[in-house]
Design a protein around this ligand. Structure first.
Ligand SMILES: *Cc1c(COP(=O)(O)O)cnc(C)c1O
Length: 384
C-alpha cells in the first residue's frame, strides 16, 4: 500500500507484444515517413487523431513546443507582435513564443489556474491557453487566434462536450515521457483551418511541397522552413499508446472519484474538477504554505505520490523576469519597449500556488489498490 508510482501514465503501458506497427516499420527498413511504400505510421496516427478529436487536420511533429511554434507561425505574424500566455504554465509556452520572434505577455489566471479571459485586452490577436495537469479551461471568445496547449490534457473535454484542443484556432499535444501518453518525445498540432494547416505542413518540412516517395519541391513563392517531421518509429509507438488512452482516462476518473470520497474534512478544501477534465490529480488547498508543506512532507514519508504546481509560476522565471535570450542583442525582447512585467502583480496567484497540493491519481492499478491508496492519502492528511 502507498506504492509510489515509478513511471508516469503511458510509460506503464509500453509493451513489446503490442508493438506491431513498430515491428512492421523495422521490417520495412524505412523510418522516414515520406519514404514508406505502405501508409506511413505518421499518416495513420494523424488520421486516428483527427477522427478521435473530430478535427479536420492533424500534423505529427517532434514535440509540443514545435507544435506551438507551428501554430503561431501559421498565423503569419510580424516579428515583435505580442502573444498572451498564462502566468502559470510550463516555460516551453514562453520559449515557443520567443523562438518565433514574438513577445510573450503574461495574463493572470483564475483560481483554477486557467488563463483569466476577463484580463485580456479587447484587441488581443493571439492567445495561448494551457490546460494544466488535465484541467480544461475556457477558450476566450472574440480572439482571432487561440491556441489550446493540451500538452497535459490529451483526452479532455470542454463543458460543451468539444474535445480539448478543438475549441480555438489550433490545439497542441505532447507525447513527452511525463504526459498522458508517451513516445519519449513527440507532438501533434490540430486545426480546422485548411489554409493554415497547409502552411504548418509546409513549414515543418523545409517549406516544401512534398509528394510521398519523391524529393521535395520548392516552387516560386515557397518560404523557408525547418525540419519538424515526425519519425516512423515514434509514430508507431504513439499508435500503440493511443490504444490505451480510454483505459487510462477511465482509470483516472475512477481513481479521482475514490480519492474525492475518502479525502474530506481535513484542514484543507478540495477543489473539485469539472466533468471534462483529465483527472490526473485531486487538488487540495490549505490555509497556509506551511500547512501545505507539512502535508507534502508527510505524504513523502508515506511514499504517496503528489506534486505542487509551484514550478509553473512564470513571473519569477528568469526567462520572463530577466527577459533572457541566446541572441547577442537580446532578440526578440529587444523589439519590445515594455519593461519586464512586475511579478508582484501576480502575488495572489503565487500565494495560492504555495497553498496548493495535487494528490496524484494512479490509473494503472485496480480499484482495490486505488481505494487503499485513497484511504492512505486520507489517513496521512488527517494527521496534518
Ligand atoms: C510539456 C509541456 C509542453 C512542452 O511539450 P514538449 O513535447 O516537451 O515540447 C508545453 N506545454 C505544457 C503545458 C507542457 O506541460
Amino acid at each position: 500500500m502507498g506504492r509510489l508510482r515509478r513511471l508516469p501514465y503511458g510509460a506503464n503501458y509500453l509493451r513489446w507484444e503490442e508493438m506491431g506497427e513498430l515491428r512492421e516499420a523495422i521490417d520495412q527498413r524505412i523510418l522516414f515517413r515520406f519514404q514508406t511504400e505502405i501508409e506511413s505510421c505518421a499518416d495513420r496516427l494523424e488520421r486516428l487523431v483527427a477522427e478521435r478529436l473530430g478535427t479536420c487536420h492533424a500534423l505529427a511533429v517532434h514535440n509540443c513546443t514545435g507544435a506551438i511554434r507551428l501554430a503561431l507561425l501559421a498565423t503569419q505574424p510580424s516579428v515583435g507582435e505580442v502573444v498572451y500566455i498564462p502566468s502559470v504554465t510550463f516555460v516551453a509556452v514562453a520559449g515557443a513564443v520567443l523562438s518565433c520572434g514574438l513577445i510573450p505577455v503574461m495574463v493572470d489566471v483564475t483560481d483554477s489556474f486557467a488563463l483569466d479571459a476577463d484580463r485580456l485586452p479587447s484587441d488581443a490577436q493571439r492567445v495561448i491557453v494551457a490546460h494544466m495537469e488535465g484541467h480544461v479551461g475556457p477558450v476566450p471568445r472574440g480572439v482571432p487566434f487561440v491556441i489550446e496547449d493540451c500538452a497535459q490534457a490529451l483526452g479532455g473535454r470542454h463543458a460543451s462536450g468539444r474535445p480539448a484542443g478543438t475549441d480555438g484556432y489550433a490545439g497542441t499535444f505532447s507525447f513527452h515521457h511525463n504526459k498522458v501518453l508517451t513516445s519519449g518525445e513527440g507532438g501533434l498540432v490540430v486545426t480546422d483551418d485548411a489554409g493554415r494547416a497547409r502552411l504548418m505542413r509546409r513549414y515543418h518540412d523545409h517549406g516544401c511541397r512534398r509528394v510521398q516517395g519523391e524529393y521535395p519541391a520548392w516552387e516560386p513563392g515557397s518560404f523557408y522552413g525547418e525540419n519538424l517531421v515526425s519519425s516512423e518509429e515514434v509514430a508507431a509507438i504513439q499508435l500503440q499508446q493511443f490504444r490505451h488512452l480510454d483505459e487510462i482516462l477511465e482509470g483516472l476518473e475512477r481513481g479521482y472519484q475514490l480519492l474525492k470520497e475518502e479525502v474530506t474534512g481535513g484542514r484543507f478544501i478540495v477543489r473539485e474538477r469539472p466533468t471534462g477534465d483529465v483527472k490526473l490529480s485531486l487538488r487540495v488547498e490549505f490555509s497556509s504554505e506551511r500547512g501545505r508543506d507539512l502535508a507534502a512532507s508527510r505524504l513523502r514519508e508515506a511514499r504517496l505520490p503528489h506534486w505542487t504546481l509551484d514550478r509553473y509560476f512564470l513571473p519569477t522565471h528568469p526567462v520572463l523576469l530577466e527577459r533572457s535570450s541566446i541572441f547577442a542583442d537580446g532578440f526578440p525582447w529587444s523589439l519590445s519597449p515594455r519593461p519586464p512585467q512586475d511579478p508582484a502583480a501576480f502575488n495572489e496567484t503565487r500565494e495560492r500556488l504555495a497553498r496548493t497540493l495535487c494528490l496524484c491519481v494512479s490509473p494503472e492499478v485496480d480499484e482495490l489498490e486505488q481505494k487503499a491508496e485513497a484511504q492512505a492519502f486520507a489517513a496521512t492528511l488527517a494527521g496534518v
